[in-house]
Design a protein around this ligand. Structure first.
Ligand SMILES: [Cu+2]
Ligand SMILES: [Zn+2]
Length: 214
């Protein structure tokens, strides 16, 4: 398990370094109610945001996959709160108008408990000025399948009845080292009448890498 984790991390970091432009993010998936682990890379793409990676140690089958409100993994992912829902809609799934921004549908673990994730979604944003910005929020993988709001009961319109929180991780913005110079803020021309320190954007220019202290 440890070796798999290290190999995944190396693969992921090479992807991040090769990314061409814009902010990217990484998610280290850690155990919640089940001993699953994994790594995901998030990149802006023409279709929205692409999430790709691998989750290991899951129970075979279909698992709800969401962005939850808070980047807090304590209490076996319970502290992550509800589905990320900045527009106050009912629960749904990809392709529906009526959905939470965080509703990414399901992923499927094979007979060995491994799930390949490759999702592109146009409701998510990696732009810190967007209300749909998902940086510093959590990705939660559930023990059961998400019914995408079609379950015909109250729970279906809130959680999709996806069951307990199997594993989760925090969406952390990162930058490829090759772009650090280009990512410096542009300072306005100093004029005698205009000498004041420009305000730096809060999150976009903080350089963070995944660390062991979540
Ligand atoms: Cu969820
Ligand atoms: Zn939802």
């Amino acid at each position: 398990m440890m070796l798999a984790s290290v190999v995944l991390e190396l693969l992921l970091l090479s992807c991040v370094v090769n990314a061409q432009d814009g902010p990217a993010a990484v998610v280290r998936i850690l155990p919640g109610n089940e001993p699953a682990i994994g790594l995901l890379a998030l990149s802006p793409s023409p279709g929205g945001v692409t999430i790709s990676g691998t989750i290991l140690g899951m129970r075979p089958g279909v698992h709800g996959f969401h962005v939850h409100e808070r980047g807090d993994l304590t209490d076996k992912c319970a502290a992550a709160g509800g589905h990320f829902n900045p527009f106050n809609r009912n629960h749904g799934g990809p392709g529906y108008f009526e959905r939470h921004v965080g509703d990414l549908g399901n992923i499927v673990a094979d007979q060995f408990g491994s799930a390949q994730v490759f999702i592109t979604d146009n409701h998510l944003s990696l732009d810190p000025t967007s209300p749909a910005f998902i940086g510093d929020r959590a990705i939660v993988i559930h023990a059961g399948a998400d019914d995408l709001g079609q379950g015909g009961n109250a729970g279906s319109l809130i959680t999709g009845n996806a069951g307990s929180r199997a594993a989760c991780g925090i969406i952390r913005l990162t930058y490829p080292s090759s772009q650090l110079v280009q990512q410096q803020p542009v300072y306005p021309q100093l004029q005698p009448t205009n000498i004041k320190a420009p305000a730096l954007p809060q999150s976009a220019h903080q350089i963070r890498f995944p660390s062991d202290s979540e």
